[in-house]
Ligand binder design. Structure first.
Ligand SMILES: Cc1cc2nc3c(=O)[nH]c(=O)nc-3n(C[C@H](O)[C@H](O)[C@H](O)COP(=O)(O)OP(=O)(O)OC[C@H]3O[C@@H](n4cnc5c(N)ncnc54)[C@H](O)[C@@H]3O)c2cc1C
Length: 222
């Protein structure tokens, strides 16, 4: 709710500022104070703020030992769906996940015999990739997710996001067929994840937890 209010106010006025005047900011937050100085922000005038991602909800389905549905794949932490969260994440559950699932998954994984697998060599950067290819696509991916699958969601925008993401994934897939570069594989993983997030959001027809739908304008509205 706060993030939505901040975003609405930013759209309306162009900026939202954190009032730190009740604090001795320089003494209590020296690192942040130095960061403000570096960016030419005077904390006495208020610090400009914007909503940012804090955590992920959902992820890879796991059992009580962190075991995923693929043989020998364990998932712990924010990438996992353990079942302790509802439609939004509870505060400080990362500790629960680290201390409970981390330990259990470690113990369960240690029960398997180690097996040698042949690793494929990945290039950090494939010289045959166009300069800045992965960076440019990843900026586009983030922009689509931010604009259409962010704090406020609109069913028609979720549909548009899926179309853009499918196109983007197609472009990346065309390159991954013949090239082995880390940036490309990571980008493909990001495209698949983004598509799954957008699809799951589109399937959720009512606002719930951190999934907030804006009202679709009705046909007879002004
Ligand atoms: C500002 C902020 C404040 C927070 N405050 C709290 C709080 O007070 N209490 C609380 O419980 N939770 C808090 N959280 C949430 C908590 O920090 C996360 O849920 C938790 O850190 C997730 O742990 P993780 O190990 O799953 O993921 P991460 O901590 O994100 O670790 C993932 C690791 O994988 C590495 N990695 C990524 N890609 C690759 C790759 N391709 N190859 C190799 N390594 C890779 C990353 O560098 C990173 O080290 C906060 C989060 C934020 C952003």
């Amino acid at each position: 709710m706060v993030a939505r209010a901040v975003e609405a106010e930013r759209d309306r006025t162009g900026g939202v500022y954190l009032d730190v005047s009740p604090l001795d900011f320089e003494a209590e937050f020296p690192d942040l104070n130095a960061e403000c100085e570096k960016r030419g922000v005077d904390p006495d005038d208020g610090i400009p703020v914007a909503p940012a991602e804090h955590f992920l909800c959902g992820g890879i389905d796991v059992d009580t030992e962190g075991r995923a549905s693929l043989d020998r794949l364990f998932a712990v932490g924010e990438c996992a769906r353990t079942g302790v969260h509802g439609a939004n994440r509870l505060a400080s559950t990362s500790l629960l996940e680290a201390l409970v699932w981390g330990l259990r998954a470690g113990e369960a994984a240690a029960g398997y015999e180690a097996e040698e697998i042949e690793a494929h060599e990945l290039l950090d950067r494939d010289p045959t990739l166009p300069e800045g290819f992965a960076e440019e696509k990843s900026v586009r991916l983030r922009r689509v997710m931010d604009e259409y699958v962010g704090i406020e969601r609109d069913p028609s925008e979720l549909t548009r996001a899926q179309a853009v993401l499918r196109r983007l994934k197609g472009e990346v897939d065309a390159y991954t067929r013949t090239r082995t570069s880390r940036s490309l594989y990571e980008l493909r993983g990001a495209c698949v994840t983004a598509l799954l997030v957008a699809r799951a959001a589109a399937e959720q027809e009512e606002s719930r937890g951190c999934h907030h739908l804006v009202e679709e304008p009705t046909a007879d509205a002004d």
